[in-house]
Structures are given as C-alpha cells and as structure tokens.
Design a protein. Structure first.
Lengths: 632, 199
C-alpha cells in the first residue's frame, strides 16, 4: 500500500527513476538481445568497429599495391589481381568505410548532442546497420572467392558492361552499392529527423552545435545524392542481367549516361565525407581553444553553401570526355567557387585558435595535421578544376595524390582526432596522450611521404590503375619513397589502434567532461547509460555546459517516451513513445540480403526478396499489445 | 520544484502531420524516391536527345487507354486518402478502416492497370534504350505503388484488429506517400504516354 502511494507520488512529480529507465532502455541480454538491439550508441559502435575492420582490410590492399609499385616490373600482384585489389580498395574505402563511419559518428553523437534518448526510428537504424554489414560481407566474400569487382570504384561502362566484363564481378559491385546506399539513406533519415524534431527544448536553430549542423547538411546531401548511384547501378545490373540497353550505344543507349549518374552522386560523396569532418574539427577547435567558434553564422552558412555547391560540380570529373566547352567552363567555375565556403571555415577555425587560450592535446594536433594537408589537397583541387590542367593530369597519379590529400587529410585525420576526443565518452576511459601524439606525428610524416611524391609522378605521366611500369620511365625512386611512406602510414594506424586497445584496458577513468567541452553529450556519465540522460535537458544558449545557467530538466515523460519539439524553435510539442528492441529489423535485412544476392544471378531474386521483405515487414509493424496508451 | 524544471506531462502523447516525427520520415522517403525517379526522368531526357527517335522507328507509340484510366484513378483516389487522413486525425476507427480497405482495392486495381500499361508500350524492355527506359520508369513507379498498397492493406488490418492509437498517425502519414505516388504518376503519364506524341 505504501509502495503504491509512493509510486503514485513519484508519478505526480513526473520523475522516472534511473533504474526504471534502465529497465525500459537497456538492450535485452544474450545473443538474441544483441541482434535485436535498437540502441543508437550500440548500433553506432558496431558501425564504427565494422568500418574500421574494413578500413584495415582496404589498407592492407593499399600496402599490397604499394609493394607491387615499389620497383619497376615487380611481381607481387598480377594484372588481374591488381585490378581487383584497387577496385576493392577504393570501393571499400568509399562505401564501407568513409561514408558509414561518418554516419556512425552522427548516429552516436547527434542524439546526445541534441539531448534525447535515441534516434527517431530506432528499429530502422538497426536495419541500416545489418544491411551495411551484409553488403560488406558480400564485397569481401566475393573478393576472397576471386569474384571481386575489377573495373574501378566507379565501375565505368563499357568496361563494366556486359560486352567487356563477363562473369559476375561487376554485378557484385552493383549489388554492394544497393546495400551500402540503402544503409546510408536509412542513416540519413535518422539524422535528419532526430536533428529536426528531437532537439532539447530551447535548442532553436541558432543554438544547434556545429557538429549537428554538419551532420544535418550531410544527411540531406545523402538523401539527394545516393539515389543517383542506386539508379545507375540498377541500370547497370539490368543491362548485364536482363539485356536492357541503357549504356549500349548500338541500341540507342549512352555510356556517358553512366558517368553523369555516377558523378552526380560521386562528387557530393566527397562532401558527404568531408562535411562531417568539419563538425569534428569545430568541436575540437572550440574545446581546446576554450572559446566559441568565431563566426558561427558564417560557419553554418558555409556548410549549407557547400551542401548546395557540392551538387553542381559533378561534370568536372568528366572534362576528358569531350563535353561542350561552355558546359566545361560552367563546371570549372563552380569547382573554383566551392573553395570559398571551405576557405571561410578554415579561416574561422584559425581565428578561433588565434583568439583562444589554446590547450594543446592530441585531438587538436590531428586537427592541425588536417588543416595543413587539406589546404594542399584543396589547392590541387583548384588546379584540377581548370580544364587544361585537368586534361593533362587526368587518370594520372596526380589525381591519386589529390584525392588522398582531400579524403585522408580532410576526413581521416579529423576522424581519428574525433575518436581520440570522444573515446573517453564512449568508453569511460582516457586515451594515452603520448601514444596519441606519436600516432599523429607518424601518420603525418607517413602520409606526406606516401602521397606527396605522387603529385610529381602524375606530372611525369605515370598513369593510375596500371599494375607496373618500366625502369626506363624513371619513376622507380619516387615510387619506392611512396612505398616507404605507406609502411610508415600503416605504423601510424597501428599506433592509433594500440592506443584504443590501451585505453580500453588501462585508461584512467574519464569522468563526465574530461576536456571541458560545451555540448550536451559531456553532461552525461561516461559511457552514457542506455537512456542517455536521467532527465532530458532544457538548454538556454548555444553552449549549454559553458553557460551561466546550467541545463534545466524535462519532467513528465513516460519511461519509453521522448520529447518531440518544433522544428525551428525547439519548443516542446508532444510526447512520443519510441520503439524498443526487435528481431524484425535483423530478419528484414536478411530478407533484403537474400533477394539482392540472388538477383546477382537471376531477376527472380527481386521477386523473392519482395515476398520475403513483405513478410518480415508485416512482422515488424504488427502491434504486439492491445490498445493502450503507450509508455505511461 | 525549481524553475529550471519543465513539466511536459500535459502535452499530448502524439501529433499529426508536420508535428510528428513519422511525417518527416515519410517526407524523407518521398525525397529519396522522388530523386530516384527524377534521375530516371533525367536519363530519359538525356537518351532521347541522343537517339534517333522517341520511340525509335519500328516501335509503336504507347497506347493510352490503360494509362489514362490509371492516372485518373490515382488522382481521384487522393481525395479518398485525404478523407482517410482527416478521419485518422479524429481517430474515427470505422471510417478509417473502411477507407483503408477501399484504398487497398484502388491500389490493387492500379497495379493490374499497370500490367496493361506495360503491355500497351508495345515493346519489350530489351528492344532498345527507349524500351528499357520506359519499362524502368513504369516498373519503378510500380514498386512504389505496390509498397503503398501493402502498407494501406496492413494498416487496414491493424486498425480493424489490434489498433494502437499511434496507427492513426501511421494512416495519416501514409496519405503523404500516396499523394507522392499519385503525383509521380501524372509526371510519368505525361512523359511516357503524352510526350512521344508531341515531337
């Protein structure tokens, strides 16, 4: 009787005890529980770990290529295997590492930063991860069976079409795209809806952390970019499997259509990888400069401008295809234009560092390495945006150097910095500062040693994607240097991973906010509990943890409820019960997997997949409880 | 209780339209599928520009009857879907259930009509780039049609059976998707069936 009265009183106060929250939000134990998990942190962690496994595998392929190219006429890899190796390296890095790992960081951080308990559609999120995993296993399983794609990560027709690519290699590539883009689109919807509708009361748009802005812009770009490559790869698969003629000039098709569809996705893809990194950089710079980022409105507008301009550059990948001059000029101008918002961001970070009270820690060193490398990559970007120069260096190692400066410099360095930065939050333990500094230093030297010589090799005419070269070319010395650099780069990655392992075993307890960050994730325990916040926060300005008035608390929510707020001003709108763990997303991903993989061999795979998915979706959406008001 | 506490227990446990998270999710789905469709439409414009006729010589113009009936049916059915959405807002169980059953029937009829439309194209998908493109356009849209119909059917079953109030939000948001499917069919009708008669 007295317990009942007490519970009644608590309910009146609207406070839910942490133990009750844990019961409502914890993942069920055991293997089935793990497969059913819908917790954003668990799913994001799986994404990050899986993505790094693929990163390591693709990195080993890179080492194999460097060994093959270290000396003229080497025999480490034959031409056929070399083709598979560079294709699987590129496809893995782009589709299984870069995009997923950035989205994974968003799926981990965005709900915490906006102050809610999970992403908007927790089960869909789980489905996204399983789909991605199946896609990755398909690519690597095929590669190990010698059916790895071999037409390059952009799988150009006619080389990848039915006439020149017999066998199933190009089909595997096309279906890997289906899986990974599906997962990316799912992740994007999660981020958009979570960032737009689930922000803490008071977090109006002008108070949204820059990282969340970056992730939101990225997610919107994914929504409009990924469908292009899905359509393209579907057409390619159909040309190969059911004799359609989209890319067959003999029957009214057009091979350049492929390049348009691919690069309409492929160029925004670069920004889909880079913009999240700007979010990491903003968080790290602001924390270690001990002040807000200079020019918040300029930063946000730059992000949005980059998001738009990213869609108007795709043709600069096609300058060598004989397009009309006037078209090339337009895309050349647009390519130069996009350097402006990126430049604005660089200057804002530099100004923040210049005017702050800088504390040098390993994450900030990663950021410094990023700025140096990315500026070089940006400058070579301006160079290849110019048609005459592009025609000269197209398909040479100059482009290989440029894209690695942009992608490793622009994304991997900030990502590693971000992992070092948020590792205390994710694991509850502090990484080693010394190991972190060694990692940055070795990575920085190794990176430049590997890729800087490639600029010269490209200018000297060394083509990319050719498995060897003659001694008379004189490219041997720089290639050898690049291979030494690649070895050093690998040591740097190992140092970083060793630091993660060390942190998990020996790291000192981190506490809630070891770096003195300003955003809401630092107000939770480390690692955050399954429900993130004991009480959902209410914020009063842009830097809730640096504010004179600390965040307030939301009361009156049911155990499984979150607060849905208005899109612009984040005023509370209604309560919303989120779905919990379920096995159906996993089963649905398996159903999709069966359908898509069978479709490599017969079009009936599509029918089979549709039937299986209808069954699993019915299970997914079928209500388990009779009509009750949820969650109170 | 201190002033820093915000009590939200008086807020409703769900909301409809742009206030709900689900509506934004459906909007995202529409954006994705709309972009994909726009890409195929773009491909059609691109291929037509380069080919030697749309349809090429020897391929008949697509026949209009089935497609015309289907586009009119889909546009008219949007009014019914709108009524379902209105009733869902008011949580009127019987009208919502009846409306969703009717929408499922409409969807099935539209899928059958799509079969006749494909036959009315007068060419197989492997006859050339024109044929491949029109088959892909109608086929892609058919998958959206099938998806929307399965969803309407499932929701009808749920609302007749073990209804949870949140399913009214589902039914309401489904309206948004249906308007997209109907609107997209207008575009496809003009592109696949009307446009070749102009040039």
């Amino acid at each position: 009787m007295s317990t009942l009265a007490l519970r009644q009183e608590r309910r009146d106060e609207g406070v839910v005890e942490p133990a009750q929250l844990a019961r409502a939000w914890d993942t069920p134990p055991g293997l089935l529980g793990a497969l059913a998990s819908a917790n954003h942190k668990q799913i994001a962690t799986r994404y990050i770990v899986t993505a790094f496994v693929f990163f390591a595998l693709a990195g080993m392929l890179a080492l194999l290529m460097r060994l093959q190219l270290a000396t003229p006429e080497a025999h480490v890899l034959g031409p056929d295997l070399y083709n598979q190796v560079f294709t699987v390296h590129g496809s893995t890095m782009m589709f299984l590492f870069a995009v997923p790992v950035m989205q994974a960081m968003a799926l981990y951080l965005v709900p915490l930063m906006v102050g809610t308990r999970n992403v908007a559609f927790p089960r869909l999120n789980a489905f996204g991860y399983w789909t991605y995993l199946i896609g990755g296993l398909l690519l690597w399983g095929s590669f190990l069976l010698n059916v790895g794609p071999d037409a390059g990560w952009f799988s150009y027709v006619p080389l990848a079409g039915p006439a020149y690519a017999p066998g199933k290699r190009a089909d595997v590539w096309a279906q890997v795209i289906t899986f990974t883009e599906l997962a990316a689109l799912v992740g994007a919807i999660e981020v958009v809806v979570t960032a737009v509708k689930m922000r803490a009361p008071g977090m109006s748009l002008e108070r949204v952390p820059l990282l969340v802005w970056a992730m939101l812009v990225t997610a919107v770009m994914v929504v409009f970019a990924m469908p292009a490559v899905m359509v393209g790869s579907t057409m390619l698969a159909m040309d190969r499997l059911v004799d359609t003629h989209f890319f067959n000039p003999a029957e009214g098709g057009d091979v350049l259509l492929w390049q348009h569809l691919f690069w309409f996705f492929g160029h925004p893809e670069v920004y889909i990888i880079f913009i999240p990194a700007t979010g990491f950089v903003s968080s790290i710079v602001s924390t270690f400069a001990r002040r807000p980022i200079v020019g918040y409105p300029a930063m946000v507008l730059s992000l949005i401008a980059t998001g738009f301009l990213g869609f108007s550059l795709w043709v600069h990948h096609m300058f060598a295809t004989g397009l009309p001059r006037i078209g090339a000029s337009f895309f050349s101008a647009a390519s130069l234009l996009i350097a402006i918002p990126s430049g604005v961001q660089i200057f804002c970070w530099l100004a923040t560092l210049r005017t702050g009270r800088v504390v040098v820690r390993a994450p900030l060193l990663f950021v410094c390495a990023f700025i140096a490398i990315f500026v070089v990559g940006g400058l070579t970007g301006v160079m290849v945006a110019l048609v005459p120069l592009d025609l000269q260096v197209h398909d040479t190692f100059f482009v290989v150097a440029h894209l690695h400066y942009v992608l490793i410099g622009g994304a991997v360095f900030p990502l590693l910095g971000a992992l070092h930065f948020w590792l205390p939050k994710m694991t509850g333990r502090m990484p080693s500062e010394r190991l972190g500094r060694w990692a940055v230093a070795v990575l920085f030297v190794g990176f430049n040693l590997t890729f800087f010589p490639m600029h010269q090799l490209g200018l000297a005419g060394m083509p990319r994607r050719v498995y060897t070269y003659l001694p008379e070319t004189g490219w041997g010395r720089l290639n050898f240097l690049a291979t030494v650099g690649a070895g050093l780069l690998a040591v740097g990655v190992l140092l970083f991973l060793a630091n993660v392992a060390w942190t998990l075993r020996h790291g000192a307890p981190a506490g809630d906010d070891p770096w003195g960050g300003d955003t809401l994730e630092w107000s939770t325990p480390s690692p955050p509990p399954s429900y993130n916040f004991a009480a959902l926060p209410v914020v009063h300005d842009r830097h809730p943890l640096w504010s004179v008035a600390p965040p307030g608390a939301v009361v009156g929510l049911g155990r499984r409820e979150v607060l849905i707020t208005e899109a612009i001003d984040a005023t509370p709108d209604h309560r919303h019960a989120l779905d919990g763990p379920s096995l159906w997303p996993f089963l649905t991903a398996i159903a999709v997997g069966i359908g898509v993989i069978v479709a490599i061999f017969t079009p009936w795979g599509v029918t089979l997949g549709a039937v299986l998915v209808t069954i699993t979706l019915t299970g997914w959406f079928w209500p388990h409880r009779p009509a009750v008001e949820p969650g109170r | 209780m201190s002033a820093k506490v915000l009590d939200v227990s008086a807020l409703p446990p769900r909301a409809f339209g742009a206030r709900s998270a689900l509506w934004w999710g459906v909007l995202g789905l529409v954006a994705i599928e709309g972009t994909a469709l726009a890409m195929v439409v773009g491909a059609a414009l691109y291929l037509r520009q380069g080919g030697d006729g749309w349809p090429p010589p020897g391929t008949p113009l697509p026949r209009l009857t089935a497609a015309t009936i289907n586009v009119l049916l889909l546009v008219a059915s949007s009014a019914l879907m709108w009524m379902v959405a209105l009733d869902a807002r008011r949580r009127r169980r019987v009208p919502v259930a009846v409306g969703l059953v009717l929408m499922t029937v409409v969807g099935l009829a539209s899928i059958v009509l799509r079969g006749f439309e494909l036959a009315a194209l007068g060419c197989r998908w492997d006859a050339g780039a024109y044929a491949s493109t029109v088959w892909l356009l109608l086929g892609m849209h058919a998958t959206h049609l099938i998806g929307a119909t399965v969803e309407n059917g499932l929701l009808a079953a749920v609302i007749i059976g073990p209804v949870d109030p949140k399913h009214y939000v589902d039914a309401h948001s489904n309206g948004l998707y249906w308007y997209f499917v109907a609107g997209a069919d207008v575009v496809l009708y003009l592109l696949v069936f009307v446009w070749p008669r102009w040039a």
